[in-house]
Design a protein around this ligand. Structure first.
Ligand code: DGP
Length: 121
């Protein structure tokens, strides 16, 4: 039975490998970032760890650098995309109530226009 939480069936792992296409905006040895296929703002990028972890709760103490890796990537990408000065929103969705649809940890980076007052843009 298929299980999208497993790395071998994970869409985002396939994007990192290059077996599925994406519009890459940033890559380093531990992080990959690409434009969201269904943008919720003029600029909408997904920043993901190359290591497959399902969500925030799945990050072990040993892998805790994943959080700083993702935020350090924001510091590269926001200026690169010209949204550092105007501001942006970063969001992690975790689990069903947050409507997480892809079970590979990802940080949404939203900006490029005035966002709404809600938490999700
Ligand atoms: P979330 O709801 O937090 O799990 O957000 C998952 C996001 O992933 C959603 O905004 C759409 C995006 N997405 C899903 N499949 C693909 C894909 O194949 N390519 C790209 N670029 N984005 C995708």
């Amino acid at each position: 039975m298929s299980n999208p939480k497993q790395s071998k069936e994970c869409i985002f792992c396939k994007i990192i490998e290059g077996t599925l296409p994406s519009e890459k905006v940033y890559e380093d040895d531990r992080v990959f970032a690409f434009r969201d296929i269904s943008p919720q703002a003029k600029t909408h990028v997904l920043i993901i760890p190359k290591k497959h972890v399902v969500d925030i709760l799945d990050v072990s103490a040993e892998d805790a650098h994943v959080f700083s890796d993702l935020l350090r990537a924001v510091q590269h990408i926001a200026p690169q995309l010209g949204i550092a000065g105007t501001g942006f929103r970063t969001v992690f969705n975790s689990g069903d109530h947050a409507c997480q649809t892809i079970y590979h940890l990802h940080l949404h980076l939203l900006g490029g226009e005035q966002l709404g007052g809600s938490m999700v843009g």
